[in-house]
Every structure is written in C-alpha cells, then in structure tokens.
Ligand binder design. Structure first.
Ligand SMILES: C[S@@+](CC[C@H](N)C(=O)[O-])C[C@H]1O[C@@H](n2cnc3c(N)ncnc32)[C@H](O)[C@@H]1O
Length: 249
C-alpha cells in the first residue's frame, strides 16, 4: 500500500467520528465512520468486494477512468492492469485516503457538481451510489457531461422494488456485521427512468441483473472462499448493472 497523499477538497465538509447508528438513514457521513471497514474482506462492505464492474480495457495508453463515489477504492485492483488513470471522487475524506493508498487519484467532491471539464473521461463508473443520491437526474447529467463521445458509462445500483428493499433492508440489516441505516429504500433507482434519462444524454444503457453465486456463498460462509462471485441474471429487480456507450455525434 502506498502512503496516502493529501486530498484536494471541494464540496461540503463532512464531520467525522460517531457511530453509524447515530446518523440518520443514508447519511453519507456513515462512510467516514465506517472507513476502517473498506478493505476488510469480511467487514461491513464485504458485498462491495464481490460486485464486478464491467470496465472495458483501456482504449489508449493513459485513458481516464473516473470512479464517481469511489469510496475506499475497491475498484482499483480490478483495473490495475488495464492501463487507466484511475481518478476517484467521493464525499468521504477518510474513504478517499484509503482509495489513494490503493493508487486512486482522489478528489473530494459531490457527484452533483463534479469539478471536471466536459467530455474528459473515457470511462465513467458509478458503483453502488445512485441508490444513495436524492437527485438522480442531477448526478446522471454530471456523469454524462464528463464522459467523452464514444466513452463508456458503467453503473451498478439497487432497483426501486419492494423485493430489493426487502432483501437489502428488511433482511440485510438483520445480518450480523451489516451496518443498519446505510440505505434509504425510497432512493432506490427506477430502471425505466434511468434508461430514459440516460437516453436523453445520448447513452443507450443495457441492464443486467447480478446475484451472488449460491455455492460461492456457502463456501464463503464456511471460510473456504475469500470472496463470492457475482453472476449475471435476467432479474434486474434487485441489484443490476447498466452499461452504455455515449453516442458519437
Ligand atoms: C456503497 S458506497 C460505494 C463505494 C464504491 N463505489 C464501491 O462500489 O465500493 C457509496 C459511496 O458513495 C459516496 N457518496 C454518497 N453520496 C455521494 C455524493 N453525493 N457525492 C459523492 N459521493 C457520494 C459515499 O461516501 C460512499 O463512499
């Protein structure tokens, strides 16, 4: 791990300290509180270690991948050999320090106002973040703005369904080691709206459901596997990935 560099700060300051349970549901400062959990394979963010992101191989040396709401930088090892410059944006300074220590160029900012020029990114990734933002349209518009024509947008998030809320909140928050209050089910993402709004930004999204491989879960519980593979499924009503290329005019 490299030493963490100083983090350029833009956007609002989040306070530190306090336990997750003292925060209101979906308060982003919970990620400050839980920063020590990011890289623990069996810690609070263990499922985030399992979610693959279909990031394409870099199209040219030094291509820029912007990882919006990068958290502790868990995507870094998955793209380490692809040749991208990996720029990570997040509100949480403690999380960004960890991301930086894993090779991510950290920028502290709000996804609703990205401090980047138009059409600068070859790939924009937003993993497990759209379900946390009250203003989906503003964030999507920013993701599309910074993506160059021909560039790829890769999202994964939770669907606005009763099933997703049941699995991730009703059941999920009862599982030992899973912090309560990280999600607000009211913010889960309407898939039709997401596709429609992305099309308005000239990005045709293709949705694929993701689920954990059942045998892997069993092996993981028995400590015979360090992680769980996520496999594609036609069911997009819980966790899904959306990938699309921005049209070239
Ligand atoms: C569930 S984590 C996902 C982290 C990472 N993308 C991953 O998959 O491992 C959600 C992240 O979104 C960040 N976040 C929430 N709202 C944000 C906003 N408006 N702007 C930037 N980051 C935000 C949080 O700080 C947290 O790191």
């Amino acid at each position: 791990m490299r030493p963490a560099p100083a983090i350029p700060t833009t956007g609002p300051t989040a306070s530190r300290g306090g336990r997750s349970s003292r925060r209101v549901r979906n308060d982003p400062r919970q990620y400050d509180d839980l920063a020590a959990e990011w890289w623990r394979p069996r810690g609070a963010f263990r499922t985030l270690h399992w979610i693959p992101t279909a990031t394409p191989t870099a199209v040219r040396p030094g291509a820029l991948l912007v990882d919006v709401a990068c958290g502790g930088g868990l995507l870094a090892p998955h793209i380490a050999r692809s040749g991208y410059r990996h720029l990570g944006i997040d509100l949480s300074a403690p999380s960004l320090r960890l991301a930086a220590a894993h090779g991510v160029l950290p920028v502290r900012a709000d996804a609703r106002r990205l401090p980047l020029p138009d059409e600068v990114a070859d790939v924009v990734v937003a993993g497990e973040m759209l379900e946390h933002v009250p203003d989906l349209s503003a964030v999507l518009s920013e993701l599309a703005r910074i993506l160059r024509p021909g560039g790829i947008l890769v999202l994964d998030t939770l669907a606005d369904t009763a099933l997703a809320r049941f699995i991730t909140i009703t059941v999920g928050e009862r599982i030992r080691g899973v912090p309560a209050g990280l999600h607000d089910g009211a913010l889960y993402v309407d898939r039709a709206r997401l596709v429609r709004e992305a099309a308005g930004h000239h990005i045709a999204l293709r949705l694929t459901g993701l689920r954990p491989a059942v045998l892997d879960v069993a092996a993981w519980l028995l400590r015979r596997r360090p992680d769980v593979r996520m496999v594609p499924t036609r069911l997009t009503s819980v966790l899904f990935q959306a990938v699309g290329r921005k049209e070239v005019p």
